[in-house]
Design a protein around this ligand. Sequence first.
Ligand SMILES: Nc1ncnc2c1ncn2[C@@H]1O[C@H](COP(=O)(O)OP(=O)(O)OP(=O)(O)O)[C@@H](O)[C@H]1O
Ligand SMILES: [Mg+2]
Length: 383
Amino acid sequence: MNSTSQVNAPEAVRANSNPAKNDAFVRIENVVKKFGESTAVDNVSLNIAKNELFALLGSSGCGKSTLLRMLAGLETATSGRIFVDGEDLATLPPYRRPVNMMFQSYALFPHMSVESNVAFGLKQEGVAKNEIRERVADALNLVQMGRYAKRKPHQLSGGQQQRVALARSLVKRPKLLLLDEPMSALDKKIRQKTQLELVNIIEKVDVTCVMVTHDQEEAMTMANRLAVMSEGRIVQIGSPSEVYEFPNSRFSAEFIGSTNLFEGRVVEDEPDHIFVESDDLETRMYVSHGVTGPLGMPVGISVRPERVRVTRERPGTQHNWARGVVTDVAYMGSYSLYHVRLPGGKVVVSNLSSSHLMTDGAPAWNDDVYVSWSPASGVVLTQ
Ligand SMILES: Nc1ncnc2c1ncn2[C@@H]1O[C@H](COP(=O)(O)OP(=O)(O)OP(=O)(O)O)[C@@H](O)[C@H]1O
Ligand SMILES: [Mg+2]
Protein backbone atom coordinates (compact mmCIF):
# COMPACT_ATOMS: atom_id res chain seq x y z
CA MET A 1 0.00 0.00 0.00
CA ASN A 2 1.21 3.47 -0.78
CA SER A 3 2.10 5.55 2.27
CA THR A 4 -0.04 8.39 0.99
CA SER A 5 -3.78 8.15 0.74
CA GLN A 6 -6.67 10.07 -0.65
CA VAL A 7 -9.68 11.28 1.17
CA ASN A 8 -11.68 12.38 -1.83
CA ALA A 9 -14.68 10.07 -1.82
CA PRO A 10 -17.22 10.49 0.95
CA GLU A 11 -16.89 7.65 3.47
CA ALA A 12 -20.41 6.38 2.86
CA VAL A 13 -19.80 6.04 -0.86
CA ARG A 14 -16.57 4.18 -0.37
CA ALA A 15 -18.02 1.87 2.26
CA ASN A 16 -20.71 0.75 -0.20
CA SER A 17 -18.44 0.12 -3.11
CA ASN A 18 -17.76 -3.53 -2.36
CA PRO A 19 -20.24 -6.04 -0.97
CA ALA A 20 -19.17 -7.67 2.27
CA LYS A 21 -17.34 -10.91 1.75
CA ASN A 22 -20.24 -12.98 3.07
CA ASP A 23 -22.81 -11.29 0.82
CA ALA A 24 -20.76 -11.81 -2.29
CA PHE A 25 -22.16 -14.10 -4.98
CA VAL A 26 -18.83 -14.21 -6.79
CA ARG A 27 -15.67 -14.10 -4.71
CA ILE A 28 -12.33 -13.83 -6.44
CA GLU A 29 -9.46 -14.22 -3.98
CA ASN A 30 -5.88 -13.36 -4.91
CA VAL A 31 -6.18 -14.88 -8.36
CA VAL A 32 -3.05 -15.07 -10.50
CA LYS A 33 -2.86 -16.46 -14.02
CA LYS A 34 0.49 -16.98 -15.71
CA PHE A 35 1.14 -18.11 -19.25
CA GLY A 36 4.73 -19.31 -19.08
CA GLU A 37 6.74 -16.36 -17.81
CA SER A 38 4.12 -13.70 -18.48
CA THR A 39 1.44 -12.80 -15.97
CA ALA A 40 -1.96 -12.16 -17.55
CA VAL A 41 -3.88 -11.70 -14.27
CA ASP A 42 -1.89 -10.40 -11.34
CA ASN A 43 -3.33 -11.00 -7.86
CA VAL A 44 -6.93 -9.94 -8.42
CA SER A 45 -9.40 -9.93 -5.52
CA LEU A 46 -12.98 -8.93 -6.15
CA ASN A 47 -16.45 -9.48 -4.69
CA ILE A 48 -19.56 -9.29 -6.83
CA ALA A 49 -23.04 -9.18 -5.31
CA LYS A 50 -26.01 -11.23 -6.45
CA ASN A 51 -27.86 -9.75 -9.43
CA GLU A 52 -25.19 -7.17 -10.03
CA LEU A 53 -24.16 -6.24 -13.57
CA PHE A 54 -20.43 -5.86 -13.14
CA ALA A 55 -18.08 -4.68 -15.89
CA LEU A 56 -14.37 -5.42 -16.31
CA LEU A 57 -12.91 -2.52 -18.20
CA GLY A 58 -9.43 -2.01 -19.58
CA SER A 59 -7.35 -1.70 -22.72
CA SER A 60 -6.45 -4.58 -25.01
CA GLY A 61 -4.34 -7.30 -23.40
CA CYS A 62 -4.90 -6.22 -19.78
CA GLY A 63 -6.31 -9.61 -18.80
CA LYS A 64 -10.09 -9.13 -18.96
CA SER A 65 -10.91 -12.19 -21.05
CA THR A 66 -8.48 -14.32 -19.07
CA LEU A 67 -10.21 -13.38 -15.81
CA LEU A 68 -13.61 -14.06 -17.36
CA ARG A 69 -12.45 -17.43 -18.70
CA MET A 70 -11.35 -18.37 -15.21
CA LEU A 71 -14.81 -17.44 -13.90
CA ALA A 72 -16.24 -19.73 -16.56
CA GLY A 73 -13.91 -22.49 -15.45
CA LEU A 74 -12.33 -22.58 -18.93
CA GLU A 75 -8.91 -21.69 -17.52
CA THR A 76 -7.54 -22.65 -14.13
CA ALA A 77 -5.89 -20.05 -11.96
CA THR A 78 -2.17 -20.43 -11.35
CA SER A 79 -2.95 -19.49 -7.75
CA GLY A 80 -5.85 -18.04 -5.78
CA ARG A 81 -9.45 -19.15 -5.53
CA ILE A 82 -12.81 -18.36 -7.10
CA PHE A 83 -16.13 -19.00 -5.37
CA VAL A 84 -19.49 -18.79 -7.09
CA ASP A 85 -22.55 -19.00 -4.85
CA GLY A 86 -20.36 -20.22 -2.02
CA GLU A 87 -18.77 -23.08 -3.97
CA ASP A 88 -15.14 -23.28 -5.00
CA LEU A 89 -15.19 -23.43 -8.83
CA ALA A 90 -12.07 -25.58 -8.94
CA THR A 91 -13.83 -28.38 -7.09
CA LEU A 92 -16.96 -28.33 -9.28
CA PRO A 93 -17.11 -30.46 -12.42
CA PRO A 94 -17.96 -28.34 -15.50
CA TYR A 95 -21.58 -29.53 -15.74
CA ARG A 96 -22.28 -28.41 -12.16
CA ARG A 97 -20.90 -24.89 -12.63
CA PRO A 98 -23.80 -22.44 -12.61
CA VAL A 99 -22.13 -20.34 -15.28
CA ASN A 100 -22.68 -19.55 -18.94
CA MET A 101 -20.33 -17.55 -21.11
CA MET A 102 -21.09 -15.59 -24.26
CA PHE A 103 -17.85 -15.30 -26.18
CA GLN A 104 -16.09 -12.31 -27.69
CA SER A 105 -17.31 -13.47 -31.11
CA TYR A 106 -20.67 -15.02 -30.39
CA ALA A 107 -20.95 -16.71 -33.79
CA LEU A 108 -24.33 -18.37 -34.18
CA PHE A 109 -24.49 -21.60 -36.18
CA PRO A 110 -25.19 -20.23 -39.67
CA HIS A 111 -27.05 -23.27 -41.03
CA MET A 112 -29.44 -23.49 -38.05
CA SER A 113 -32.59 -21.46 -37.47
CA VAL A 114 -32.76 -19.00 -34.61
CA GLU A 115 -34.85 -21.51 -32.68
CA SER A 116 -32.37 -24.36 -33.18
CA ASN A 117 -29.46 -22.14 -32.22
CA VAL A 118 -31.14 -21.37 -28.92
CA ALA A 119 -32.20 -24.98 -28.36
CA PHE A 120 -28.75 -26.39 -29.10
CA GLY A 121 -27.32 -26.33 -25.57
CA LEU A 122 -30.46 -27.80 -24.04
CA LYS A 123 -30.52 -30.67 -26.56
CA GLN A 124 -26.94 -31.47 -25.68
CA GLU A 125 -27.91 -31.62 -22.04
CA GLY A 126 -30.66 -34.07 -22.90
CA VAL A 127 -33.52 -31.88 -21.74
CA ALA A 128 -36.97 -33.25 -22.70
CA LYS A 129 -38.43 -32.01 -26.00
CA ASN A 130 -41.48 -30.30 -24.49
CA GLU A 131 -39.39 -28.47 -21.99
CA ILE A 132 -36.94 -27.36 -24.70
CA ARG A 133 -39.80 -25.95 -26.77
CA GLU A 134 -41.15 -24.00 -23.83
CA ARG A 135 -37.81 -22.66 -22.65
CA VAL A 136 -36.69 -21.64 -26.13
CA ALA A 137 -39.96 -19.77 -26.70
CA ASP A 138 -39.59 -18.02 -23.33
CA ALA A 139 -35.98 -17.03 -24.02
CA LEU A 140 -36.82 -15.71 -27.50
CA ASN A 141 -39.76 -13.72 -26.15
CA LEU A 142 -37.54 -12.28 -23.46
CA VAL A 143 -35.19 -10.85 -26.07
CA GLN A 144 -38.16 -9.93 -28.30
CA MET A 145 -37.12 -12.32 -31.04
CA GLY A 146 -40.11 -14.68 -30.88
CA ARG A 147 -41.25 -13.57 -34.35
CA TYR A 148 -37.90 -14.51 -35.87
CA ALA A 149 -37.70 -18.09 -34.57
CA LYS A 150 -37.63 -19.69 -38.03
CA ARG A 151 -35.10 -17.36 -39.63
CA LYS A 152 -31.43 -18.11 -40.22
CA PRO A 153 -28.79 -15.85 -38.63
CA HIS A 154 -27.86 -14.22 -41.96
CA GLN A 155 -31.45 -12.98 -42.27
CA LEU A 156 -31.08 -10.92 -39.09
CA SER A 157 -29.50 -7.56 -38.31
CA GLY A 158 -26.39 -7.44 -36.11
CA GLY A 159 -28.39 -6.35 -33.09
CA GLN A 160 -30.92 -9.14 -33.62
CA GLN A 161 -28.15 -11.73 -33.87
CA GLN A 162 -26.71 -10.40 -30.67
CA ARG A 163 -30.06 -10.87 -28.92
CA VAL A 164 -30.31 -14.44 -30.20
CA ALA A 165 -26.85 -15.12 -28.78
CA LEU A 166 -28.05 -13.73 -25.46
CA ALA A 167 -31.16 -15.94 -25.58
CA ARG A 168 -28.86 -18.91 -26.24
CA SER A 169 -26.96 -18.09 -23.05
CA LEU A 170 -30.01 -17.33 -20.91
CA VAL A 171 -32.01 -20.38 -21.96
CA LYS A 172 -29.67 -22.47 -19.84
CA ARG A 173 -30.68 -20.42 -16.81
CA PRO A 174 -27.21 -19.76 -15.53
CA LYS A 175 -26.86 -18.06 -12.16
CA LEU A 176 -23.79 -16.31 -13.48
CA LEU A 177 -23.78 -14.93 -17.00
CA LEU A 178 -20.43 -13.95 -18.48
CA LEU A 179 -20.37 -11.65 -21.51
CA ASP A 180 -17.11 -11.04 -23.33
CA GLU A 181 -17.38 -7.86 -25.43
CA PRO A 182 -21.07 -8.53 -26.14
CA MET A 183 -21.41 -5.55 -28.48
CA SER A 184 -18.17 -5.88 -30.40
CA ALA A 185 -19.88 -6.90 -33.64
CA LEU A 186 -22.29 -3.96 -33.63
CA ASP A 187 -21.87 -0.50 -35.06
CA LYS A 188 -22.13 2.47 -32.75
CA LYS A 189 -25.80 3.31 -33.20
CA ILE A 190 -27.14 -0.23 -32.75
CA ARG A 191 -24.67 -0.65 -29.91
CA GLN A 192 -26.18 2.13 -27.84
CA LYS A 193 -29.70 0.86 -28.35
CA THR A 194 -28.69 -2.72 -27.62
CA GLN A 195 -26.84 -1.72 -24.44
CA LEU A 196 -30.06 -0.49 -22.88
CA GLU A 197 -32.06 -3.49 -24.12
CA LEU A 198 -29.49 -5.85 -22.66
CA VAL A 199 -29.64 -4.15 -19.27
CA ASN A 200 -33.46 -4.41 -19.28
CA ILE A 201 -33.35 -8.10 -20.17
CA ILE A 202 -30.74 -8.90 -17.54
CA GLU A 203 -32.76 -7.07 -14.90
CA LYS A 204 -35.77 -9.25 -15.71
CA VAL A 205 -34.02 -12.55 -15.03
CA ASP A 206 -32.47 -13.69 -11.79
CA VAL A 207 -28.89 -13.59 -12.97
CA THR A 208 -25.60 -12.07 -11.91
CA CYS A 209 -23.66 -10.76 -14.85
CA VAL A 210 -19.98 -10.04 -15.42
CA MET A 211 -19.28 -8.26 -18.64
CA VAL A 212 -15.98 -7.46 -20.32
CA THR A 213 -15.53 -4.39 -22.44
CA HIS A 214 -12.80 -2.01 -23.50
CA ASP A 215 -15.41 0.67 -24.19
CA GLN A 216 -15.70 2.93 -21.17
CA GLU A 217 -19.00 4.46 -22.28
CA GLU A 218 -20.48 1.01 -22.54
CA ALA A 219 -19.33 0.10 -19.03
CA MET A 220 -20.65 3.39 -17.66
CA THR A 221 -24.05 2.96 -19.34
CA MET A 222 -24.61 -0.65 -18.42
CA ALA A 223 -22.85 -1.60 -15.21
CA ASN A 224 -23.88 -1.19 -11.57
CA ARG A 225 -20.19 -1.32 -10.72
CA LEU A 226 -17.02 -1.66 -12.69
CA ALA A 227 -13.38 -2.52 -12.24
CA VAL A 228 -10.72 -0.62 -14.17
CA MET A 229 -7.90 -3.01 -15.07
CA SER A 230 -4.36 -2.38 -16.24
CA GLU A 231 -1.63 -4.96 -16.86
CA GLY A 232 -3.46 -7.74 -15.07
CA ARG A 233 -4.28 -5.72 -11.98
CA ILE A 234 -7.36 -3.93 -10.74
CA VAL A 235 -6.69 -0.22 -10.49
CA GLN A 236 -10.08 0.85 -9.13
CA ILE A 237 -13.49 -0.61 -8.33
CA GLY A 238 -16.65 1.44 -7.92
CA SER A 239 -19.95 2.55 -9.40
CA PRO A 240 -19.60 4.41 -12.70
CA SER A 241 -20.19 7.75 -10.99
CA GLU A 242 -17.74 7.00 -8.15
CA VAL A 243 -14.98 6.12 -10.58
CA TYR A 244 -15.76 9.11 -12.78
CA GLU A 245 -16.10 11.66 -9.99
CA PHE A 246 -13.42 10.22 -7.70
CA PRO A 247 -10.74 8.53 -9.78
CA ASN A 248 -8.09 7.08 -7.45
CA SER A 249 -5.17 7.40 -9.82
CA ARG A 250 -3.95 9.13 -12.94
CA PHE A 251 -4.66 5.93 -14.86
CA SER A 252 -8.36 5.83 -13.84
CA ALA A 253 -8.82 9.55 -14.38
CA GLU A 254 -7.51 9.36 -17.92
CA PHE A 255 -9.03 6.01 -18.82
CA ILE A 256 -12.60 6.86 -17.74
CA GLY A 257 -13.70 9.90 -19.68
CA SER A 258 -11.21 12.59 -20.54
CA THR A 259 -9.65 14.95 -18.06
CA ASN A 260 -7.25 17.84 -17.55
CA LEU A 261 -4.36 16.64 -15.44
CA PHE A 262 -2.18 19.24 -13.71
CA GLU A 263 1.03 18.04 -12.09
CA GLY A 264 2.11 20.00 -9.03
CA ARG A 265 3.33 20.02 -5.41
CA VAL A 266 1.38 20.43 -2.19
CA VAL A 267 2.31 23.79 -0.62
CA GLU A 268 -0.34 24.02 2.07
CA ASP A 269 -2.16 21.18 3.72
CA GLU A 270 -5.32 21.67 5.79
CA PRO A 271 -7.87 19.03 6.83
CA ASP A 272 -10.48 20.22 4.34
CA HIS A 273 -8.38 21.63 1.54
CA ILE A 274 -4.93 21.85 0.03
CA PHE A 275 -3.04 24.35 -2.06
CA VAL A 276 -1.02 23.07 -4.96
CA GLU A 277 1.52 24.86 -7.12
CA SER A 278 1.87 23.73 -10.68
CA ASP A 279 4.27 24.90 -13.37
CA ASP A 280 1.31 24.83 -15.75
CA LEU A 281 -0.66 27.54 -13.94
CA GLU A 282 0.06 31.08 -12.85
CA THR A 283 -2.35 30.89 -9.89
CA ARG A 284 -2.21 28.34 -7.12
CA MET A 285 -4.69 25.54 -7.16
CA TYR A 286 -7.11 25.43 -4.26
CA VAL A 287 -8.65 21.98 -3.93
CA SER A 288 -11.35 21.30 -1.37
CA HIS A 289 -10.17 17.77 -0.66
CA GLY A 290 -7.56 16.66 1.81
CA VAL A 291 -4.56 14.51 1.18
CA THR A 292 -2.24 12.66 3.54
CA GLY A 293 1.44 13.24 2.92
CA PRO A 294 4.27 15.69 3.46
CA LEU A 295 4.37 19.26 2.18
CA GLY A 296 6.06 19.38 -1.19
CA MET A 297 4.75 15.96 -2.19
CA PRO A 298 3.98 15.64 -5.90
CA VAL A 299 0.30 15.25 -6.77
CA GLY A 300 -1.82 15.28 -9.89
CA ILE A 301 -4.99 17.35 -9.94
CA SER A 302 -7.70 16.07 -12.26
CA VAL A 303 -10.30 18.55 -13.50
CA ARG A 304 -12.97 17.20 -15.85
CA PRO A 305 -13.64 19.26 -19.00
CA GLU A 306 -17.25 19.96 -18.01
CA ARG A 307 -15.97 21.62 -14.81
CA VAL A 308 -13.82 24.13 -16.67
CA ARG A 309 -15.31 27.53 -17.48
CA VAL A 310 -13.99 29.61 -20.36
CA THR A 311 -14.62 33.36 -19.97
CA ARG A 312 -13.45 36.61 -21.47
CA GLU A 313 -13.47 38.23 -18.03
CA ARG A 314 -10.81 37.53 -15.48
CA PRO A 315 -12.24 35.40 -12.63
CA GLY A 316 -12.71 37.22 -9.33
CA THR A 317 -10.75 34.70 -7.26
CA GLN A 318 -7.05 34.24 -6.46
CA HIS A 319 -7.04 30.56 -7.39
CA ASN A 320 -7.84 27.98 -10.01
CA TRP A 321 -7.58 30.03 -13.13
CA ALA A 322 -5.19 30.68 -15.98
CA ARG A 323 -4.93 32.94 -18.96
CA GLY A 324 -4.96 31.31 -22.38
CA VAL A 325 -5.86 31.48 -26.05
CA VAL A 326 -8.66 29.51 -27.71
CA THR A 327 -6.96 27.26 -30.26
CA ASP A 328 -9.90 25.08 -31.20
CA VAL A 329 -13.68 25.07 -30.91
CA ALA A 330 -15.65 22.00 -31.96
CA TYR A 331 -19.43 22.20 -32.02
CA MET A 332 -20.76 18.86 -30.73
CA GLY A 333 -24.49 19.59 -30.68
CA SER A 334 -25.48 19.76 -27.03
CA TYR A 335 -22.06 21.11 -26.08
CA SER A 336 -18.97 22.70 -27.60
CA LEU A 337 -15.47 21.46 -26.97
CA TYR A 338 -12.90 24.19 -26.38
CA HIS A 339 -9.12 23.85 -26.46
CA VAL A 340 -7.37 26.66 -24.62
CA ARG A 341 -3.57 26.91 -24.75
CA LEU A 342 -1.92 28.31 -21.63
CA PRO A 343 1.26 30.43 -21.85
CA GLY A 344 3.42 27.44 -20.83
CA GLY A 345 1.99 25.37 -23.67
CA LYS A 346 -0.46 23.13 -21.80
CA VAL A 347 -3.80 22.75 -23.54
CA VAL A 348 -6.86 22.79 -21.26
CA VAL A 349 -10.02 21.14 -22.58
CA SER A 350 -13.45 22.46 -21.66
CA ASN A 351 -16.97 21.31 -22.53
CA LEU A 352 -19.34 24.22 -22.53
CA SER A 353 -23.03 23.44 -22.84
CA SER A 354 -24.67 24.97 -25.88
CA SER A 355 -27.50 26.48 -23.84
CA HIS A 356 -24.89 28.28 -21.71
CA LEU A 357 -23.08 29.55 -24.81
CA MET A 358 -26.31 30.91 -26.32
CA THR A 359 -26.99 33.15 -23.34
CA ASP A 360 -23.46 34.30 -22.60
CA GLY A 361 -22.03 34.87 -26.06
CA ALA A 362 -19.44 32.33 -26.99
CA PRO A 363 -15.68 32.87 -26.85
CA ALA A 364 -14.31 32.20 -30.32
CA TRP A 365 -11.18 30.85 -31.95
CA ASN A 366 -8.07 32.93 -31.21
CA ASP A 367 -9.78 34.86 -28.35
CA ASP A 368 -7.82 35.69 -25.23
CA VAL A 369 -9.71 33.97 -22.44
CA TYR A 370 -9.48 32.67 -18.88
CA VAL A 371 -10.06 29.08 -17.87
CA SER A 372 -11.24 28.56 -14.29
CA TRP A 373 -12.91 26.04 -12.02
CA SER A 374 -14.24 25.77 -8.49
CA PRO A 375 -12.28 24.28 -5.54
CA ALA A 376 -14.68 21.32 -5.49
CA SER A 377 -13.91 20.45 -9.12
CA GLY A 378 -10.37 19.21 -8.61
CA VAL A 379 -9.56 15.65 -7.54
CA VAL A 380 -6.20 14.98 -5.88
CA LEU A 381 -4.30 12.02 -7.29
CA THR A 382 -1.32 10.58 -5.48
CA GLN A 383 -0.75 7.55 -7.70
N1 LIG B 1 -3.53 -19.00 -24.06
C1 LIG B 1 -2.63 -18.02 -23.89
N2 LIG B 1 -1.30 -18.25 -23.98
C2 LIG B 1 -0.40 -17.27 -23.79
N3 LIG B 1 -0.72 -16.00 -23.51
C3 LIG B 1 -2.01 -15.68 -23.43
C4 LIG B 1 -3.04 -16.66 -23.62
N4 LIG B 1 -4.24 -16.05 -23.46
C5 LIG B 1 -3.97 -14.76 -23.20
N5 LIG B 1 -2.63 -14.53 -23.17
C6 LIG B 1 -1.98 -13.24 -22.89
O1 LIG B 1 -2.49 -12.73 -21.66
C7 LIG B 1 -2.69 -11.33 -21.74
C8 LIG B 1 -4.14 -10.99 -21.43
O2 LIG B 1 -4.96 -11.48 -22.48
P1 LIG B 1 -6.54 -11.28 -22.47
O3 LIG B 1 -7.09 -12.06 -23.62
O4 LIG B 1 -7.06 -11.64 -21.13
O5 LIG B 1 -6.67 -9.73 -22.73
P2 LIG B 1 -7.97 -8.83 -22.88
O6 LIG B 1 -7.92 -7.82 -21.80
O7 LIG B 1 -9.19 -9.67 -22.97
O8 LIG B 1 -7.69 -8.09 -24.27
P3 LIG B 1 -8.71 -7.72 -25.49
O9 LIG B 1 -9.41 -6.45 -25.08
O10 LIG B 1 -7.76 -7.48 -26.62
O11 LIG B 1 -9.64 -8.87 -25.73
C9 LIG B 1 -2.24 -10.92 -23.12
O12 LIG B 1 -0.94 -10.42 -23.06
C10 LIG B 1 -2.31 -12.20 -23.93
O13 LIG B 1 -1.37 -12.18 -24.98
MG1 LIG C 1 -10.57 -10.09 -24.56
